[in-house]
Design a protein around this ligand. Structure first.
Ligand code: GDP
Length: 300
């Protein structure tokens, strides 16, 4: 069980249908393939790129049969992901900075808090001492939820009352992490996207206050996106990358959606590595993104 069954089912059964009764990859097959990729939320630009590459292969290899189409498609998608994921993420060991500071951004409801909880759990399991900062102070529930996750996975949480200055919470958390010799700090932020300038100002303020404690923090600005929202996730990615220096992505709720193709589109469009994927609500349902495993699971 990879958590990607729905995407796979959607993808695979449609491809099988598209090539039924055909012996070669002709224009009709390519048209159908194009539609399958677009409806799997790969996105138009990325789909056309993939189709172009397959067309080039078909032109080169005149007798390309439909049975080879799956392999070809798998290779091209892997290649595309390889070009856009600068490095592969092998483990939850972030030894290069101490503490390693992760600032988590994203719209409410995408699974930000859950991802923070799951990530804290994985990091702790990998031997890290973790502290969470509840800097989403605009919603009472956000602070409570982070505290709950802290208790559940057994990590410390730094919080202030609702309505406090988020930058002040971030400052306190980093100070506390340094004093406590923690390995990883994860800071939650408010997911308000009502106004791009406000969002930018808020995130910049939090970042600037971090710099006062740790000169190169945050090391990771992690944008959490809900994969089940397909093209909305791409739109949110656009907004957040304009507001701050996002350098890692987490795509959640891949277990409940057939729109997993969005992983391919987002990776291609933004050139930001997909680092984590969420495949369920429980604390173990977070995986480091493994592009080979991901692509293979779509075609198996
Ligand atoms: P936030 O508002 O962004 O902090 O979102 P939450 O973390 O509260 O998550 C919103 C809902 O999505 C909750 O019911 C979570 O349990 C659920 N959720 C989060 N991640 C996943 C995931 O990977 N898979 C599934 N199925 N549900 C998820």
């Amino acid at each position: 069980d990879t958590g990607l069954e729905k995407t796979k089912e959607n993808f695979f059964s449609k491809i099988t249908k598209a090539v039924a009764g055909k012996t070669t990859v002709d224009d009709d097959v390519l048209d159908e393939l194009e539609e399958i990729l677009v409806t799997s939320d790969v996105g138009v630009t990325t789909t056309l790129k993939i189709i172009d590459r397959i067309q080039a292969r078909v032109a080169r290899d005149k007798y390309l049969g439909t049975s080879e189409l799956n392999n070809l498609l798998r290779d091209e998608i892997q290649q595309l992901l390889a070009e856009n994921n600068s490095n592969d993420f092998q483990n939850f060991e972030y030894g290069q900075h101490k503490p390693y500071v992760i600032m988590v951004v994203g719209v409410n409801g995408v699974g930000k808090t859950t991802t923070i909880g799951k990530l804290a759990h994985k990091l702790k399991q990998a031997g890290n001492q973790v502290v969470l900062g509840a800097a989403d102070t605009f919603r009472a529930a956000a602070v409570d939820q982070i505290k709950l996750w802290g208790e559940r996975v057994g990590v410390r949480v730094v919080a202030q009352p609702m309505g406090s200055d988020p930058a002040s919470v971030a400052f306190d958390t980093l100070k506390s992490a340094v004093a406590n010799n923690d390995d990883v700090v994860i800071i939650d932020t408010a997911g308000r996207l009502h106004n791009k300038v406000n969002l930018m100002n808020e995130l910049t303020k939090i970042k600037n206050v971090m710099l006062k404690v740790i000169p190169d923090a945050p090391h990771e600005i992690l944008l959490v996106l809900d994969a089940s929202t397909g093209q909305n996730a791409i739109e949110q990615c656009k907004q957040f990358t304009q507001a701050t220096d996002v350098n890692a992505l987490a795509l959640t709720k891949l277990d409940g959606t057939a729109k997993g193709g969005v992983v391919i589109g987002i990776s291609d469009q933004f050139k930001i590595p997909v680092k984590y994927i969420g495949v369920g609500e429980a604390m173990n349902d977070l995986q480091l993104f493994d592009r080979k495993g991901f692509v293979d699971s779509l075609f198996k």
